[in-house]
Design a protein around this ligand. Structure first.
Ligand SMILES: [Zn+2]
Length: 163
């Protein structure tokens, strides 16, 4: 795993301080599976990140003692969390169920009820593992969205989370 330290809470700089494997220290070029974040040499509680934390996440982590607090902080700042179960990432997209009714000249456009927001990684996985044809009144199976298999298909609206 990769250990990342928040060097300076004021500037929120991330510093990779090394990789650990079986509790032994390796150089930073060793393969790693996920990130843990430390603050003042203290490991923050919570689940590890599976990629480098975003700046928004680091801001939240620095202001909190554990991941639940961090997630509450993220929400308080207007960021949405990914709706995929057990995912702790900030969402990059709003998830929309979309369909077209050519017979009555209308569209269906509604936020996904089970997974209203999704992170970049899960959006990619959702699309790569989707099965079916994207067509009006069609049926597509997604791993994370449209859990009730309603007609139509999932589209994603980018969220403005530039930080
Ligand atoms: Zn996610």
């Amino acid at each position: 795993m990769r250990i990342v330290r928040i060097e300076n809470v004021g500037s929120l700089e991330l510093h990779v301080i090394g990789d650990y494997e079986d509790e032994r220290y390796f150089g930073t070029d060793a393969p790693y599976d996920f990130y843990l974040v430390t603050l003042d040499n203290k490991l923050l509680k919570g689940e590890p990140f599976f990629e480098e934390p975003t700046r928004a996440e680091v801001i939240a982590i620095a202001a909190a003692n554990d991941l639940e607090e961090a997630q509450a902080e993220m929400k308080a700042n207007g960021w949405q969390l990914c709706g995929v179960r057990k995912c702790t990432r900030i969402a990059h997209f709003e998830v929309i169920l979309y369909d077209v009714y050519t017979d009555i000249g209308d569209v269906f456009f509604k936020q996904d009820e089970i997974c209203p927001y999704i992170c970049r990684d899960h959006m990619t996985e959702n699309e790569e593992k989707a099965s079916g044809v994207r067509e009006p009144r069609g049926h597509i199976h997604y791993p994370f969205t449209n859990e009730y298999s309603a007609q139509g298909f999932t589209i994603y609206r980018p969220l403005d989370i530039a930080l």
